[in-house]
Design a protein around this ligand. Structure first.
Ligand SMILES: NC(=O)c1ccc[n+]([C@@H]2O[C@H](COP(=O)([O-])OP(=O)(O)OC[C@H]3O[C@@H](n4cnc5c(N)ncnc54)[C@H](OP(=O)(O)O)[C@@H]3O)[C@@H](O)[C@H]2O)c1
Length: 291
């Protein structure tokens, strides 16, 4: 696990949740009172933020005033480049490596997050469970156990591991002051992925159920839990499934006649994270061009 370094920036502009009961939401452009022990900036962890939708979430969140922990699996170069880009725009971010499928690594990730939070005067207020994988196109009758283990370990167990650790820091039940979790599901949870990746689609179906159940479980603990279900989005994930051209090849099947952009998905994630969505929990928000 590698902690990146980030210069302090002067941008206390949280579009972040002000969730302590009876307390006014944080307003944009409001400077924090430095004479109190209030955190200077809310901290957001985005898993799988080195590329694609996660990176777009990190960019938008930093612009909205969050300090962003940029988690990645192996592409340290991409994660560090994103941190530098955010800092160059006046935002705050740092990179942390961890494989979310590995519970021990997730525990170490949150230990590192705690250390950064203490050092920088931050409080964890948000989690975006974005890290996810696909595999090459295959029918179910050709899927072996190793493929299924990896698919569910990253896409499902990883989200559970990270949510558990985030809740232990954000839930009022555990002494936290609240927060918001957004899970990345997929329109595949509705369509099923027949002939290509039923395993992936089923893992996202699990994320939908996880979102609804967890939202109800922690609703009175100051934590909202929602999911965004992107449709086909133009990122590198399709190349990792052996179909680099897939996003645009599917364009004719999409009512809006094009794949989504990562920043269009991130806009929905940022809304769900923010106080603007203060009455929204357990929602599954389709951002899929009408498909
Ligand atoms: N793109 C689409 O069409 C689409 C549609 C619906 C839903 N989604 C969902 O949206 C999310 C993001 O997708 P994307 O298209 O942006 O993917 P992507 O471009 O392939 O990026 C995946 C990101 O996840 C990270 N990652 C992969 N495995 C990880 C692990 N075990 N632990 C930690 N990080 C890990 C990668 O880190 P490294 O860079 O270090 O490898 C990378 O930052 C996924 O959950 C995906 O299922 C995508």
């Amino acid at each position: 696990m590698h902690g990146g370094d980030a210069r302090p920036a002067a941008s206390p502009l949280p579009g972040a949740p002000g969730l302590r009961e009876g307390r006014a939401p944080l307003r944009q452009n409001r400077r924090m009172d430095t004479t109190t022990s209030e955190p200077l900036s809310p901290l957001l962890l985005v898993t799988g933020a080195s590329r694609g939708i996660g990176a777009a979430c990190a960019r938008l969140a930093a612009a909205a005033g969050w300090t962003v922990a940029v988690n990645y699996a192996s592409r340290a170069d991409a994660a560090q480049a994103l941190v530098r880009e955010i800092e160059a725009q006046g935002g705050r971010a740092f990179a942390l490596q961890a494989d979310v499928a590995d519970d021990a690594q997730v525990r170490r990730l949150f230990d590192a997050l705690d250390r950064e939070a203490v050092a920088r005067g931050l409080r964890l207020r948000g989690l975006v469970n974005n890290a996810g994988v696909v595999d090459v196109a295959a029918r179910v009758d050709a899927m072996d156990a190793a493929r299924l283990q990896r698919m569910f370990a990253v896409n499902v167990f990883g989200s559970f591991h990270c949510a558990r650790e985030a809740l232990r820091r954000m839930s009022t039940r555990h002494g936290g002051t609240g927060g918001s979790i957004v899970n990345l599901s997929s329109s595949a949870a509705r369509t099923g992925g027949a002939g290509q990746y039923v395993d992936y689609a089923a893992s996202k179906g699990a994320i939908d159920t996880f979102t609804v159940g967890l939202a109800r479980e922690v609703a009175d603990e100051g934590v909202r839990v929602n999911a965004v279900r992107p449709g086909v989005t133009d990122t590198e994930i399709h190349a990792s499934g052996g179909q680099p051209g897939r996003a645009w090849e599917l364009a004719p099947q999409i009512p809006l006649r094009r794949p989504g952009r990562a920043d269009e998905i991130a806009q929905a994630v940022l809304w769900l994270l923010s106080d603007a969505a203060s009455y929204t929990t357990g929602a599954l928000l389709d951002v899929s061009g009408g498909r």
